[in-house]
Ligand binder design. Structure first.
Ligand SMILES: [Fe+2]
Length: 297
């Protein structure tokens, strides 16, 4: 046990296979239960050429092929949050392999906020019903015989969750690699002080806990990396490591966020991901469109 109130079991060691998407610097994972063929997919990607309005599925197909080749049973598709920089590939994978799609219960807050921004009609449900499971803080669920556990970690967005599966923890955007620090906290519903508190919850896990990032940008030209440990983050994370105070973090994060441009794919990503990765409904000609709200973001 650790300093956190969350039950963890480092003796359970899932196999973690990473899939890096160079177009969006996202890392998706297939996590396999060590004692069965059950697995989960964490944060998959659907490919979009936004300039052309073209959607393809190369990244998701790679994940599907891995699951089929290794004869795994897909039980869960996990979204750590509503991503603003890539489109989720979860519904496409789910259609072919089954499994339940889960996200944090605060998805309803995101749906309310962005339902307004994109002026969605009443047919857009804001109750999270597009997902199979809405997780609360401390919830557990099974991947085969392995118990996975959910930590509510708001700050980057209100619906952010970190998933702990044995000795492997999937941080979403709550933490980046130690030399890259943390994600922005200035999206609607984001908050730097809240993000600091959420990061402390992750850092209260045991030092040997393996941490897997959702993004990496190859800080200062190094190779892309996605795995570290709680101990490494506690000591070396440039934004929160070495005992940095909440005040220092909030000041730094707020100043940095004010200088950041919007992610390139935020407009298509939010419209699709708030619908659990589904495209908006087709119009009466059977064609599908995304909106671009002017001066709203
Ligand atoms: Fe994100």
């Amino acid at each position: 046990m650790s300093g956190s109130n969350y039950p963890v079991d480092l003796s359970v060691k899932p196999e973690v296979k990473a899939f890096f998407d160079p177009a969006t610097n996202t890392i998706s994972y297939v996590v396999k239960d060590p004692s069965s063929s059950a697995c989960a997919v964490v944060d998959s990607v659907m490919d979009i050429d936004y300039a052309a309005g073209r959607i393809t599925y190369d990244h998701a197909d790679e994940i599907i092929a891995h699951i089929r080749d290794n004869e795994l049973e897909l039980e869960w598709l996990i979204e750590t949050h509503v991503h603003a920089d890539h489109l989720s590939g979860a519904p496409y994978i789910q259609k072919q392999l089954g499994g339940k799609l889960g996200i944090g219960e605060k998805i309803t807050v995101i749906q309310e906020t962005f339902g307004k921004i994109f002026n969605e009609g009443t047919e857009f449900q804001r109750d999270g019903s597009q997902f199979d499971m809405l997780f609360k803080d401390g919830d557990t669920y099974k991947i085969g015989e392995m118990t996975a556990m959910v930590m509510c970690t708001p700050g980057h967005t209100p619906a952010c969750m970190v998933h702990v599966m044995g000795n492997a923890t999937f941080t979403g955007d709550t933490l980046f690699m130690p030399d890259s620090g943390s994600a922005r906290a200035d999206f609607p519903g984001g908050d730097a002080a809240t993000l600091y508190d959420s990061i402390q919850k992750v850092l209260a896990l045991p030092d040997d806990m393996r941490l897997f990032m959702c993004h990496d940008y190859g800080q200062n030209g190094r190779e892309i990396q996605w795995e570290t440990t709680v101990g490494e983050e506690k000591e070396h994370n440039i934004h929160v490591g070495g005992g940095k105070s909440k005040e220092e973090f909030v000041k730094f994060r707020t100043e940095r966020d004010a200088q950041l441009a919007m992610p390139k794919l935020i407009i298509p990503s939010l419209q699709v991901n708030m619908r659990a990765g589904q495209l908006p409904p087709s119009d009466d000609t059977g064609r599908t469109f995304l909106k671009v709200p002017i001066n709203e973001l």
